[in-house]
Design a protein around this ligand. Sequence first.
Ligand code: DC
Length: 230
Amino acid sequence: MIKRLTIAIDGPVGSGKSTIAKLVAKKLGYLYIDTGAMYRCVALKAKKEDIPWTDEERLTDIARNSSIKLENTVEDGEPKCLVYLDGEDVSAAIREQDIGQGASVVGKISGVRRALVPLQREMAAAGGTVMEGRDIGSVVLPSADLKIFLNASVQERTRRRHLELTEKGEMISIEEVIREVTARDEQDSTRADSPLVKTNDAVEVDTTGMSIPEVVEKIISLAHERLDKS
Ligand code: DC
């Protein structure tokens, strides 16, 4: 039987994780799991219910008692991940800029992480998975077959994030995006529980100046190396 790998992709905001992870999963015929979408769902639900993102108890409650489902699909040849929160399609709503910041705040709450991590492990249990986030190689799937740490310069990540938001019609200045990127970098890397780190066994890929197909090819070739060895 052909072995199906478990691939963990971690990295900061704007490193290209989602775009790259989706394409790698599609090429390999693997399941793509966006763990950031799950933290975003918790932040979105809290916002809808007027609960502050810092209310640890109620946020933990939301994470424990909500139904969060991810579904892989292809639209116009492009791989997409649909996100359902309590049965409602929130794929677009969770991508709003403030929800990204909220997810970063919510991600600091250990109770929230303790509720979401087992769901993530369950989703990856069958193998043939590309999972992206901040703590995948370090905490969620420490024995993943291949760990990638995607990175890019702050300038490049800010440029990408600005383009992503303005393409969706959000009116936002580059200065505001720099503030968002640096605030999330700081918050995600310095939190006490499961901070963003590059593990020793992860391969770091600096995507500054690399095209999307180049990054995808690099990861696919690393995956093939792992498959050849197994
Ligand atoms: O990858 P993203 O931008 O959709 O993630 C949104 C936020 O969610 C991120 O800034 C921190 C949090 N997050 C996390 O704490 N752990 C993960 N595995 C994924 C995301």
